[in-house]
Every structure is written in C-alpha cells, then in structure tokens.
Design a protein around this ligand. Structure first.
Ligand code: CUA
Length: 339
C-alpha cells in the first residue's frame, strides 16, 4: 500500500474505534471525576500513582533505547565496536532500579488493599449482599429489610457491604463507588464506602456466572438522610395489601399473587408469602426496573415477563405459568401498586 492509502486506512480505523466511545458512560471508573466515594478515590489515587511510575519508567527506558540505537548504530567503516564483558556498576544499577520501582508500586497497593478489607463499623449501615443466578438480594439485618436489585443507602454515611453468593461465584461491582469483590458461596467478602452525593449508581455482576450473566445488573440509590429514613420506614411498614376498597385488576392481582404459584418462590412483606427462591417483591412498585435491572418497570414489560419469563431473561428460574392475558395484567397491576 502507498503511504497516503495507509494513512486513510489508519484514520478510518481510528474513527471506527472512537465511535465505540460514549461521552458519559454510566459505568466508567476512569478519572477523578468518576470516583463518587472515598473508596473509589483511594483506588483511583492508586491508579494515578502507578500510572505516573509507569510513565517515568517508559520515558527512561525509551530514552536509553534510542540513545543506544543512535550511538551504537552500524558505521560505514564496518569495524566491530569495542567488545566488553561484564560491568559491575551497571549490573548493580539494573538490579536495584526495578526493585525500587516494584516497591514504589507495591507499598501503596498492599496498603490500599488491606485498608479496603477492614471497615470500622461505627455508625455504618450494614448490608448483606447475596448473588443469585441472575439477580441480587440485599438484606439489612439490623433494619429487618430485604429487597432485590436496587440497593438503597444514605449518601455521606458509611455503608459496609458483606458479600456472599447463594449458588455460583458472582462479582459485585459499582464502578462509581469503588472496586469489585467476588461473591462466593459460604464465604463473606466485605467492602465499604461513603458516597459523596445522593444519586443513582449503576453496577453489574463481573464474574461469568452462566446464561444470563450479562443480564445480572443492579442499581444503587444513594439517598439524602431524610430520603433514607423515609425509605426505611416505608419498607418496614409495607404490608402488601391494596388499600381498603380497591377493586378491579389490582384486587384480583393481589389474590392471584398471594394465593397462587408466586408464593412458592417470592416473598412480600405483610402477606403469607415466604418464598426464598426468587427476588423479594416487597414494595416492588417503587423499583424503576425489574429482572435485575434489565427492564423498566412498565405494565407492558411486566406482562411480557409474566407471560414468558424465559424469553425475557434466558435461563432464569421462573417457570412459564401459562397465565392468561387478563391474569398477567392483573398481577402486573398489583405488583406495580406495591409502593
Ligand atoms: Cu453473576 Cu455474572
């Protein structure tokens, strides 16, 4: 290829690559602006330190390399350069220098890792996270609350998250809030953070865990203190019962859900439903998404899910109950009324 053609090809390839970049990707962790908690900042600080060390090493090594290439290039005379063997000072330097570089990287890394594993629990909100194929369970043992796929907590207050799995190995990751942690059956991994601001953070499972691994998303809702208190009170007061006198679809859905097959796998606080296989549906109507962050919680989407769960999320444990259109609509209306 001639060089202009090569240049055009290179520019086109670069354009193709850059077109994959989003200006504001919701799960970016790259840069100080994306770090939204103390934990995320400690990790980015570490990344920054290592980047600087790597840049210094790169510049020094490339400078020496180019110097050597230039100074010791073949000359027209064709004579061999002066032949040497062994140089103690040089050998000492190139043994010590890498050790210094590695120590520069290792000391802050090991310190940050150990710090991130030892939370001070004073005044912290404690959450137990359970990974499931393919959704997230969030329990607040001190508050008597269980929910799924949307993690609520107060901004400006420490949150200690104890991560486990109910089946295979998953990994819990909210990039904006900090690093990932494996969710392992019968083993607790902890992580903790204090979020700077109220807001919504996006996360997902980052360990290949089966058919719907890519559909195992989650959201974190950081409240201000007042919003957090309201959420806790609302979750604790939930009773799963439509208001007195509610008729039609919602009342029918209530009856179908609490007395039908749903109760075998799901729980709704305040009803006789105690199932632990699927997500807890208490105050389901408050959630913006369902199916582990896969679908916006609209009537249409819920009907689609209820009519054919396997089409909506391949491999999940919910069977096709053969619901009629009317029953699916009633169940969706009831679930959406739980708020
Ligand atoms: Cu759970 Cu991937």
């Amino acid at each position: 290829m001639t060089s202009p053609a090569l240049l055009v090809a290179a520019v086109l390839l670069l354009a193709l690559l850059l077109s994959g970049c989003d200006v504001a990707p919701p799960q970016s962790w790259w840069g100080w602006n994306e770090a939204k908690s103390d934990f995320a900042r400690s990790l980015w600080g570490l990344m920054d330190t290592i980047l600087i060390a790597a840049a210094v090493v790169f510049v020094v090594v490339e400078a020496v390399l180019f110097l050597a290439i230039f100074r010791f290039r073949a000359r027209r005379t064709g004579a061999l350069p002066r032949q040497t063997h062994g140089n103690t000072p040089v050998e000492v330097v190139w043994t010590i220098m890498p050790a210094v570089v590695l120590a520069f990287v290792a000391i802050p890394t090991v310190r940050t890792i150990f710090e991130s594993y030892h939370p001070d629990r004073t005044g912290a909100v404690q959450v137990r996270v359970l990974g499931h194929q393919w959704w997230w369970e969030f329990q607040y043992p001190e508050l008597g609350i269980t929910t799924a796929n949307e993690l609520h907590f107060p901004a400006g207050q420490k949150v200690v998250v104890a991560i486990e799995s109910a089946d295979v190995i998953h990994a819990f990751w909210f990039p904006g809030l900090g690093g990932k942690r494996d969710a392992i059956p019968k083993h607790v991994n902890e992580v903790y953070w204090t979020a700077d601001q109220p807001g919504i953070y996006y996360g997902q499972c980052t360990q290949l865990c089966g058919t719907s691994h890519a559909n195992m998303r989650m959201r974190a809702v950081a409240h201000d203190q007042a919003g957090w208190q309201l959420w806790v009170q609302a979750m604790q007061a939930a009773n799963g019962t439509p208001a007195e006198g509610t008729a039609g679809e919602i009342a029918r859905g209530h009856q179908l859900v609490t007395t039908g097959a749903c109760a075998g796998c799901h729980s709704i606080k305040g009803t006789p439903m105690q199932g632990r296989v699927g997500p807890d549906l208490t105050r389901f109507g408050d959630r913006t998404t369902f199916g582990a962050g896969l679908y916006p919680s609209t009537q249409e989407n819920l009907i689609r899910w209820l009519k054919n769960p396997q089409e909506a999320k391949p491999g999940n444990k919910m069977p096709n109950l053969g619901l009629s259109d009317e029953d699916a609509a009633a169940i969706a209306a009831y679930l959406r009324s739980l708020r």
